[in-house]
Design a protein around this ligand. Structure first.
Ligand SMILES: Cc1cc2nc3c(=O)[nH]c(=O)nc-3n(C[C@H](O)[C@H](O)[C@H](O)COP(=O)(O)O)c2cc1C
Length: 180
């Protein structure tokens, strides 16, 4: 994985892919599947909805770090499997044959098999709505990876895969930060 410009990290998330979020509780790493996410601003800050119903949440709240890993369509069954079992009784890296890779700044590992990984610090937890706000500190991409199509959850157990990319960069020039 090579470094991906932090100022462009929001472009990995703006299309709303289903993501895998890794955490570390001090003893072991865990992974959960998250589809409720958003880009909050360009700096880049992201948010996701999650809470105590997930085993990962205790580590997230305690250590305030995570990695947002972006899987692709070939990983669909792992993505669903990870989101339907618990780190309380399962080593998900072993069960789903995923490789943890040490990050540069945070303790939760990157996932080698994913297209991109964004190391994040938790900067706020808005209890009332179970919103976790994260600031990205380093981003990584596997640019050599052939499969780049990400997954989008509909919410009823079906998924949409990335399709055609349409260019309106000129029209949007006034809304796109310099260098993006
Ligand atoms: C496709 C998919 C999307 C999901 N999205 C979310 C989400 O946005 N927020 C959430 O709290 N849980 C979500 N989940 C559920 C968690 O991934 C699931 O509860 C998981 O088992 C948590 O793992 P943990 O208990 O080891 O932390 C999703 C599950 C799937 C399969």
């Amino acid at each position: 994985m090579r470094r991906f410009k932090l100022s462009k990290a929001f472009t990995l998330m703006e299309s709303g892919p289903v993501v895998l979020v890794t955490t570390h509780d001090g003893e072991k790493a865990n992974i959960m599947t998250i589809s409720w996410t958003m880009v909050v601003d360009f700096t880049p800050v992201f948010a996701m909805t999650t809470g105590e119903w997930n085993h990962s949440f205790a580590a997230l709240r305690k250590n305030r770090e995570c990695v947002i890993a972006i899987p692709t369509v070939d990983m669909l069954d792992k993505v669903v499997g990870i989101g339907t079992c618990s780190g309380a009784d399962t080593d998900k890296f072993a069960r789903f044959k995923l490789t943890p890779v040490r990050g540069r700044i945070v303790k939760p590992p990157l996932i080698k098999e994913c297209l991109a990984n964004i190391e994040c610090k938790v900067i706020d937890i808005i209890k009332k709505h179970n919103i976790v706000v994260m600031e990205a500190v380093v981003a990584h991409i596997d640019a050599a990876r052939k499969e780049k199509r990400t997954l989008h959850a509909v919410g009823d157990g079906t998924f949409i895969v990335d399709g055609r990319r349409i260019d309106r960069r000129k029209m949007m020039a006034s809304k796109i930060p310099g260098g993006i």
